[in-house]
Design a protein around this ligand. Structure first.
Ligand SMILES: Nc1nc2c(ncn2[C@@H]2O[C@H](COP(=O)(O)OP(=O)(O)OP(=O)(O)O)[C@@H](O)[C@H]2O)c(=O)[nH]1
Ligand SMILES: [Mg+2]
Length: 399
């Protein structure tokens, strides 16, 4: 299953624009709230420095694509309806939206840093983006709390039966969040709570809900609409606000990414997603206002190191979720039986072992696991060998 990145935020912040820029789909974008109602899922790409050039080879990716040392590996991106305060009680599009999010492994919170949309996504001026950052975390936490409380009721109802375990009942109730009983037990103990919800205060419950949410829905902030001057002022202020030190902010212009991708598709420019520059190909076919637009974007990506769309997805996956990319290879050569060089690149959890990797490739390969070979060093590795980002690994299996 590919990793899923969810785009969240109040209405009109640019979630669909971000989604379209990253996936080159055409979901409706507009300046009025709730333009999006049904969630869309599309294919986006994260960049990995390809391993093939380290062996003086060019890869033949089976999925995604390769350019100039970089492999673009597919992930799923989900664009959902805007979220407004009170969503966990059914306000706006309410709970339906929240369940659409359950599929996501990590969230990108798209925030309109210009302050030109209010908390419900209507046009305004001088709105503080900090309010949006706070409300979204709070909304998710309240949603988790509601389900946690149902789990506590479920446990209370069963308490007279034998062998009832709190963490088992809570995990069952919260299964949609992909949280297991061990994780829940660990968080309860980490918060110094007893394994008895009768001893918990309201504050304890909220804190536990928040910890479970942070574990299962970690967040990166895409500070969007950074092409506007007001956004840049807000960004400087919030970046230096000690209350927000715990968050990672990626300055972003979904507009700029979309414009560059469109111009690239029309072959007016050559632009590789995530790069901090582009090349104009057909000077004569570009009118003056397009030229001015492109020059503004050039200045922007030069200053910020890119449009931020790629960076936000990569920060979410590789830094926040701690995913690594591993290439299945052969110690005697990188080609598969058809002669394709390193056709696959797997995105797997950062704590994966060689044996875990074998199971990621195929359960039969995992079942027959004998040992692994690190193709860079030609050294043999055991099943519990921890893999690293950009490893090239051959699995020797009896199957
Ligand atoms: N200046 C600027 N405007 C942007 C940017 N990204 C999006 N917008 C504008 O913001 C408005 C809202 O964009 P959408 O992508 O429809 O927003 P959304 O978050 O999907 O909104 P809902 O579907 O209503 O929740 C549109 O008018 C976009 O053109 C950006 O990077 N810069
Ligand atoms: Mg939308």
């Amino acid at each position: 299953m590919p990793y899923k990145i969810g785009l969240v935020g109040k209405p009109s912040v640019g979630k669909s624009t971000f989604f379209n820029a990253a996936t080159m789909n055409t979901v409706d974008e507009a300046s009025y709230p709730f333009t999006t109602i049904e969630p869309s899922v599309g294919e986006a790409y994260v960049r990995v420095q390809d391993a093939a050039p380290d062996f003086d080879e060019e890869p033949d990716p089976r999925v995604g694509y390769y350019h100039n040392g970089t492999r673009y590996v597919p992930v799923k991106l989900v664009d959902v309806a805007g979220l407004v305060p009170g969503a966990h009680e059914g306000k706006g599009l309410g709970n339906q939206f929240l369940s659409d999010l359950n599929e996501a492994d990590v969230l990108i919170h798209v925030v309109d840093f210009s302050g030109e949309t209010d908390i419900e996504g209507e046009p305004t001026e001088g709105h503080d983006p900090r309010e949006d950052i706070d409300f979204l975390e709070n909304e998710l936490d309240q949603w988790y709390l509601d389900i946690l409380e149902k789990g506590i009721e479920r446990y209370d109802g069963k308490q007279r039966q034998q062998d009832v375990k709190l963490e088992v009942e809570l995990a069952e109730q919260m299964s949609a969040f992909k949280v297991n009983k061990n994780q829940i037990k660990k968080l309860i103990l980490r918060l110094d709570l007893e394994l008895d919800p009768e001893t918990w205060s309201e504050e304890d419950k909220l804190e536990l809900a928040r910890e479970i949410r942070k574990d299962t829905k970690p967040i990166v902030i895409a500070a969007n609409k950074m092409d506007l001057e007001k956004s840049q002022e807000n960004f400087e202020e919030i970046k230096n606000d000690p209350d927000y030190e715990h968050l990672e902010f990626i300055p972003c212009s979904a507009h700029a990414e979309k414009a560059l991708k469109n111009a690239d598709e029309q072959e007016l420019i050559e632009y590789w997603p995530g790069n901090d520059n582009f090349e104009i190909l057909k000077e004569e076919e570009i009118n003056d206002s397009q030229k001015k637009g492109l020059e503004d974007i050039r200045q922007f990506i030069d200053e910020y190191g890119g449009t931020g769309v790629q960076e936000a997805m990569e920060e979410a996956l590789f830094e926040v979720l701690n995913v690594i990319a591993v290439f299945p290879g052969g110690a005697d050569g990188l080609g598969d039986k058809h002669g394709n060089i390193l056709p696959d690149c797997f995105l797997i959890p950062g704590d994966s072992t060689a044996e875990d990797f074998a199971y990621e490739i195929h359960s039969d390969i995992g079942d027959g696991f004998l040992h692994a070979i690190d193709c860079r060093t030609n050294r043999q590795k055991g099943g519990d060998h921890k893999l690293e980002h950009r490893d090239v690994i051959e699995i020797i299996t009896s199957n």
